[in-house]
Design a protein around this ligand. Sequence first.
Ligand code: FAD
Length: 262
Amino acid sequence: MNIVVCVKQVPNTNEIKINPETGTLIREGVESILNHDDANALEQALQIKDTQPDTKVTVITMGPPQAKEMLQECIAMGADEAILLSDRALGGSDTWATSNALAAGIKKIGEYDLIFAGRQAIDGDTAQVGPQIAEKLGVPQVTYVKEFKLEADEILVKRALEDGYELLKLRPPCVLTAIKELNTPRYMSIRGILKGAKADIRVWSAEDIGVDQDTVGLKASPTNVFRSFTPKPKGKGVTVAGDTAKELAENLIKGLKEKHII
Ligand SMILES: Cc1cc2nc3c(=O)[nH]c(=O)nc-3n(C[C@H](O)[C@H](O)[C@H](O)COP(=O)(O)OP(=O)(O)OC[C@H]3O[C@@H](n4cnc5c(N)ncnc54)[C@H](O)[C@@H]3O)c2cc1C
């Protein structure tokens, strides 16, 4: 089985700071990590490989040259091959342009049975890229996958809903987007780390993947983020005093009446 996993290098959000004057992310000194949901996507691919040793797991990312480090980590976890789509022509791509490039990269990889992606990237946060790749490759998709089972030539998945789940059955090739409930990603092994450090990570340009250059990059992107900012912290709030539930409720109602809210 051939599995492709789309992985994205993202800033560690706990440390994200925004320059209040320019509204841009301050990236200096911010650690870059493998996007959380993508680690779950990779783990699922590796679990298939654990039970079907003839499985090949290829990770693909589009990003700057530094994304190679994340790809090395993916190999250290157990991926077989890694591809980096990196080219000035691809820079500034929005989700539509990103999925054009990734779909073209996946086509160049060749035959695939399963394509895994994370549900959502913690920086861009749109959850659009996985479904868009499926559309562009013309294959079925299931998003929000929380359970996965291979049964002969069929796949059984549990798809998370807000108030329950759906059970779906489908056949490869297809795209599945993973959420954190799917599994617990494994750690890199020592052997894997050595393999990752020596891995030959292929870097493909826009020309290499044969993508129409009018469909990638900043200029081709139909959407733009004009400004991003950190909301100012709100006031510290009001604590309602009272010794009993009744007293608390009465004081709350009194406070709301005083403010003409009720
Ligand atoms: C400061 C800033 C400015 C931005 N400006 C714009 C803008 O103007 N217009 C716009 O539409 N977007 C913009 N983005 C979003 C950026 O283009 C997206 O990161 C990119 O298009 C992917 O979208 P996403 O991060 O929302 O991914 P999602 O759709 O949330 O990602 C879902 C999954 O798709 C896969 N995936 C996503 N991106 C990649 C990748 N590069 N390589 C491999 N797999 C991937 C991963 O598996 C991921 O878990 C901006 C983001 C930032 C942080």
